[in-house]
Write a protein that binds this ligand. Structure first.
Ligand code: G6P
Length: 370
């Protein structure tokens, strides 16, 4: 059994460590180095169709939904197309506005999630073109979609998704760039800049994995708590939603992810002495704002961890109790690094509590009922 796990104690840890490889494989053959562009020859979607897209809806469940939240920030920034995110089990019932100029992106690791499959069919019935981002080539979702972008994470066994999520992010970066190239919303230099930063990600993740001990000791501290908060702004907010889900899934510690600026509109009342607040603070444009939100929770007794870049560590330590640093990348790509810290945090918290990391109670890897 340990052989299957490649020497790791759990599949989840093995899969976390496979991420550098998964990033590389998902990028492989999809970057044209000579011309500095993303190439996705597998897509049937024509340049004409891409130019006509008026809106994009990203539909998925669970962790794949959270990947879609990042997908939205990426596509809106790169291609300037309005994007909505929907939970698949809600999508059909809100009579979404779908036209032939709507692109629907369904995201599913397994390609078998019943709600996501039903959403795909609803979108097609209304004339939308459906692109599936999935990890399983022969899956129902891959078969039914009009277009498929395969993630090359490899089989994911642990119920808590890690490498599938991050490979979905890579797929979104590539697809976002592809849209931008066709629609002319980015210069060649801008695309080249993003591609270079993407190609540095695998090594950056490797470096992070070598420093997991800091995260482990922090995880052992939070394992003593019954509930905690995650905060962030912009893309950091999307990432903490995944971090919070991961922690809940396998450690059973209750947590809530909040947009940092929204905390004061109610939930601040729950912050009292010693409550851990994990703040992801990588988006430099809103750093000052998040810092003032951190001060609000500190004033109410919260114990604050900040996850940020090395260059901000000294300054942050004036306001927070702990800092964990992550390698630096472009703001739009930061999720591919920061989430790794949160995956490890959930893993080590679950381990400290003695839970079944790979098979958490009440959850299934793939849910084929609506
Ligand atoms: C289940 C799993 C989650 C997963 C979700 C969507 O609830 O426990 O980890 O994110 O299904 O799965 P999919 O295969 O569609 O990505």
């Amino acid at each position: 059994v340990t052989a299957e796990k490649g020497g790791y104690e759990h599949f989840m840890l093995k899969e976390i460590h496979e991420q550098p490889r998964a990033y590389r494989d998902t990028m492989l053959g999809r970057i044209d180095h000579a011309n500095h562009q993303a190439v996705l020859p597998e897509l049937k979607l024509s340049a004409e169709q891409i130019k006509n897209i008026r809106n994009i809806q990203i539909v998925a469940c669970g962790t794949a939904y959270n990947a879609g939240l990042i997908g939205r920030t990426v596509i809106e920034q790169f291609a300037r197309i309005p994007v909505e995110n929907d939970v698949a089990s809600e999508y059909r019932y809100r009579s979404p506005i779908i036209t032939p100029e709507t692109l629907v992106i369904v995201v599913s690791q397994s390609g078998e999630t019943a709600d996501t499959l039903a959403a795909l069919r609803e979108a097609q019935a209304n004339g939308a073109h459906v692109l599936a981002i999935t990890n399983v080539v022969g899956s129902s979702i891959a078969r039914d979609a009009d277009d498929v972008l395969v993630t090359l994470a490899g089989p994911e066994i642990a119920v808590a998704s890690t490498k599938a999520y991050t490979s979905q992010l890579i797929a979104f970066y590539l697809f976002g760039l592809y849209l931008a190239q066709v629609r002319g919303t980015m210069t060649k230099e801008e695309v080249a800049h993003v591609l270079a930063a993407m190609e540095a990600l695998p090594e950056q993740v490797e470096a992070m994995l070598g420093q997991a001990d800091t995260i482990k000791s922090y995880a052992e501290q939070i394992a003593k708590h019954k509930h905690l908060f995650f905060i962030g702004r912009g893309q950091d907010y999307a990432v903490v939603q995944e971090g919070s889900l991961k922690l809940k899934e396998i450690s059973y510690i209750h947590s809530e992810a909040y947009a940092a600026g929204e905390l004061k509109h109610g939930t601040l009342a729950l912050i009292e002495d010693g409550v851990p607040v994990i703040s992801l603070i990588t988006q430099e444009a809103v750093m000052e704002k998040t810092l003032s939100n951190i001060k609000e929770v500190k004033a109410r007794g919260a114990e604050v961890l900040a996850i940020s870049y090395e260059e901000h560590a000294a300054e942050l330590l004036k306001s927070v109790d702990h800092v964990i640093v992550i390698p630096k990348t472009l703001p739009v790509l930061t999720a591919a690094l920061s989430v790794v810290t949160l995956q490890l945090l959930a893993y080590y918290a679950s381990l400290a509590l003695g839970h079944d990391v790979d098979k958490p109670r009440n959850l299934a890897k793939s849910v084929t009922v609506e």
